[in-house]
Design a protein around this ligand. Sequence first.
Ligand code: KIV
Length: 257
Amino acid sequence: MNIKIKKIILKKKNKTKIVCLTAYSKSIAKILDKHVDIVLVGDSMANVLYGQKNTHKINIENIIQHTLSVKQSIKKSLLVVDMPKGTYKNINYALKNARNIIKKTKCDAVKLENFQNNYKIIKELVKNKIPVMGHIGFTPQFKKKFKIQGTSKKELLKLISDAKLIEKAGAFSIVLECLSINSARIITNQLKIPTIGIGSSKYCDGQILVTDDMLGLSGFYPKFVKKYVNLERIIEKAVKKYTRDVKKNKFPTISYF
Ligand code: KIV
């Protein structure tokens, strides 16, 4: 097993939190890599970078292109890449696409959103030595309307069952997106593999956020996002200064030659 993956799994045993963020470019990845355990090239790039209303149009070329950029800065963290919607419709297609992503980008693992019985696809990928991160709860590739997941007993039991099937299929960890506090706590307690929460309370083994959201750059700030800085404001200030300088002929001065 990949040593970086072993270390991630060990963190659950040692009760050390797993820190994850998304990256789509080399410059952001360079900063993240020094601090986080996992960098995810998420299909959230659809919303964040391409201004699309959902993640459905991101294709394998988009994912590979951005991962190649991110990979240039990855030295110590685990690099996980989202498989875009439609790229894991059946076992053979999933295997072909996952192999393609790994071969071209040299990433460490792929992530698949849970849908129907696709834990069987995870099982096949793992059998073929492709490390997989699962993803349950609010899965944007398959669910249209946002809702906290696992609020009823029936939903909770389904989430527990899905999480256990994904673990049994061989996934090394699992993202819990927008689960009720209770569901996140129960699933985290019942699984041996680490859970990575987003909008799913502190009762997860690790946390992930979309980097542009926590930097205050995406314009998308649901309740579960803590904005650590308002980069939009900071960048705007700099752009305004530059504009003023150019207009007043204050830039470039002789010192910039
Ligand atoms: O695409 C993404 O960024 C994700 C995270 C939100 C988990 O899947």
